[in-house]
Design a binder for this molecule. Structure first.
Ligand SMILES: [Mn+2]
Length: 447
């Protein structure tokens, strides 16, 4: 890649990786590790070279479960040193409440109050560390919060325990002045047969029942919705609509398979395009986190090819979104759709009795409207041609402005992207989160 490569990621893209993602060693239920371990400072250095903005971790990724306190101090110091050297930030932290057998029947939803107490203790300790590193988002993925046997636990009781745990931890967050935004990460199954809060919609509804719903958002993951055949960008749109998209886990997945955690865009670039379109059109500027890993077939070189590919595919699709939005034929088709029925009648903006009576009496030409096609075949083919690089509509703009993502007729429509030296622009993020992202930038800059 060269300096002028339009698809080279920059810090402004807010791309992040978990230590557990590029650190994944290829173990699966049928095979042992296929790659050597990479230590955290080395991961930070490599990701920084590739253009990532930040790195995230579960408590046990950075400091292995059961590490003695002196060794813990050494590990954290080395990690901080790598962050300071590279300018990488830690926007998000999370807790491993699924790996150790103590959590075999859940952490927050366990029957055993000692397990629930241990889970809270583990989260609080990692909240302390995350705050020290400037993290502003705390993710909760309840990997073991589920069941295979519904005779053993009432799902209503499980939700009640989950609520109690989150309310307790949010109160700790307020009491310590940490200012985390909590993000719930839904998943339908794996490793449990069925996991509570299986989809974005379930999580959004659950948040409304918590003590401080304003302090929470969701962390949707491509693979988690796709596993059950759902349209991921629709789920993301619903989170954006609710003002609750605070973090996103990008990867890829074929529906109906095991949890694949593929490189972003690997399995379904078309779905990835519409996801990027939803995010870009909404002006989402929060972390774009890759929760994925290299294929088990790969050695270390393949791991970095995987990481670079995740970011590069996002940048390519970002460019495709700009081309889609600038394409005169696509714009005309969308304008035709928007102007349909402009002669009326139209639904009143709000209810009045008189308006309702007038609407009941209005004449609607049902047959004429029903006979009119939508033009989606052509529109969808144009999308395909943009994705396959066969659409040449931007040729004129390129001749004028030169190639690349910052050119084209739509450039002036774009929201400004945050610069590293600036405060992060908000989009539709909660103000708290914006402040925290900005804080994590400052912390890294001053350490
Ligand atoms: Mn995830």
């Amino acid at each position: 890649m060269t300096e002028s490569d339009p698809y080279r990621p920059t810090r402004d893209d807010h791309f992040t990786f978990g230590l557990w993602t590029v650190g994944n060693r290829g173990r699966d239920p049928f095979g042992v590790e296929a790659r050597p371990a990479l230590d955290a400072p080395y991961i930070v250095e490599k990701l920084s070279e590739l253009g990532a903005w930040g790195v995230n971790f579960h408590d046990d990724d950075l400091v292995p479960f059961g590490t003695a306190s002196q060794e813990r101090v050494r590990i954290i110091a080395a990690f901080k040193h790598a962050l300071a050297d590279t300018g990488m930030v830690v926007p998000m932290v999370t807790t491993n409440l699924f790996g150790h057998p103590i959590f075999r029947d859940g952490a927050f939803t366990s029957h055993d109050p000692r397990v629930r107490a241990f889970a809270l203790q583990k989260v609080m300790r990692n909240m302390d560390l995350g705050a020290e590193l400037g993290a502003g988002i705390y993710v909760f993925w309840g990997g073991r919060e589920g069941s295979e046997v519904d005779a053993g636990k009432s799902p209503i009781e499980a939700l009640k325990r989950m609520r109690e745990a989150l309310n307790f931890l949010y109160a700790y967050n307020l009491d310590q002045g940490y200012g985390y935004t909590f993000a719930l990460e839904p998943k339908p199954n794996e490793p449990r047969g069925d996991i509570y809060l299986p989809t974005v919609g379930h999580a959004l509804a659950f948040i409304a029942t918590l003590d401080h719903p304003e302090g929470y958002g969701v962390n949707p993951e491509v693979a988690h919705e796709r596993m059950s055949g759902l349209n991921f960008s629709h789920g993301v749109a619903q989170a954006l609509d609710a003002g609750k998209l605070v973090h996103i886990d990008l990867n890829d997945q074929q529906p109906g398979r095991y949890d694949q955690d593929f490189r972003f865009g690997q399995a379904d670039p078309r779905a990835a395009f519409f996801l990027v379109k939803v995010l870009e059109d909404a002006g989402y500027t929060g972390p774009k986190h890759y929760d994925a890993h290299a294929l088990r077939t790969e050695d270390e070189e393949g791991v970095w090819a995987f990481a670079a590919g995740c970011m590069r595919t996002y940048k390519i699709l970002q460019d495709k979104v700009r081309r889609f939005n600038a394409d005169p034929e696509i714009r005309a088709a969308l304008e035709r759709l928007d102007s349909r029925g402009s002669q009326g009648p139209t639904p009143p903006a709000s209810y009045t009795r008189a308006g309702a009576e007038a609407l009941k009496g209005a004449s609607v030409d049902v047959d004429a409207i029903a006979a009119q096609g939508l033009g989606y075949e052509r529109l969808d083919q144009l999308t395909t041609e943009i994705l396959l690089g066969a659409r040449r509509v931007c040729a004129r703009a390129e001749a004028r402005d030169g190639p690349g993502p910052t050119t084209g007729d739509d450039a002036r429509q774009r929201r400004p992207r945050p610069r590293r030296s600036m405060r992060v622009s908000s989009g539709r993020l909660p103000p708290l989160l914006v402040a925290l992202i900005a804080r994590s930038v400052e912390v890294a800059a001053t350490e």
